[in-house]
Design a binder for this molecule. Sequence first.
Ligand SMILES: C[S@@+](CC[C@H](N)C(=O)[O-])C[C@H]1O[C@@H](n2cnc3c(N)ncnc32)[C@H](O)[C@@H]1O
Length: 254
Amino acid sequence: MTLISGYNQSAWEALIDQDRLNPKQTPRKRWRKAQAAEQAFWRNWRQNPLYGHIDLAGFWADVLAKTGGPRLAGHILDIGCGPVPALNFWRDAETQALGVDPLAAFYSENHIVESGPGLEPIAMWCGGGESIPIRDQVADQVFCFNVLDHVAQAESVLQEIRRILKPDGFARIYVHTFKAWICPFLFWDTPHVYHWSPSQFEALLQNHGFRIQTVLHEPKTFDLPSSLWGRLRNLPYWVASHTAYTSYFQLTLA
Ligand SMILES: C[S@@+](CC[C@H](N)C(=O)[O-])C[C@H]1O[C@@H](n2cnc3c(N)ncnc32)[C@H](O)[C@@H]1O
């Protein structure tokens, strides 16, 4: 188990399933391309004028409010946690946190991981959410923020979330979705593996055994330059600001 050490690591170490320690994964070519784009993004994200100014504590407070409120007690698994996970900024004394990300070692080795003042970064397991070496029904919450459209096999990740959640646990998910008419034309957007409309994504969740407790499809906005040239230079973001949503969910097991 490749574990990047961090806050409260032992609470999750006890829940490792030895039989799942050698996950089988067949990464898709498109996923590998998306992950290369992901590495390029995170290497320089603080220099990116569209993102670099973000107040992470405020950003995550907003996401938590839209996906079930500030309750953070118990075992929480953050799948696709990235280098600035919500639990590096918000947690309480009762939080037992573990991140899961195939780029965990990259984030750690390149010193991209950030956390709030006085907070040690959470421990991370370096691997994919399609096959996680953790026992069944142990998580009080699973987070999956801005990840499912980046993974190799979204269906397998949803199955893993279902398997690992306690029967009375809940999942918090957010994902970018698009107006249905534009989805077939987004094949050029290779940093993302999937493009769903809000209703396609809701159907995917329901078909994988989740009950939608709360949902919010919020139109996506970017702080784009006002000039035509400035907008053309940021064409993908300009298109997204007219066609994309951030879709927030709180889910329980159906
Ligand atoms: C857009 S980033 C979001 C990171 C973080 N959740 C956040 O919101 O800041 C997508 C993350 O998903 C991760 N990812 C890609 N494929 C994955 C997979 N198969 N399983 C788990 N995470 C994956 C990437 O490595 C990346 O860290």
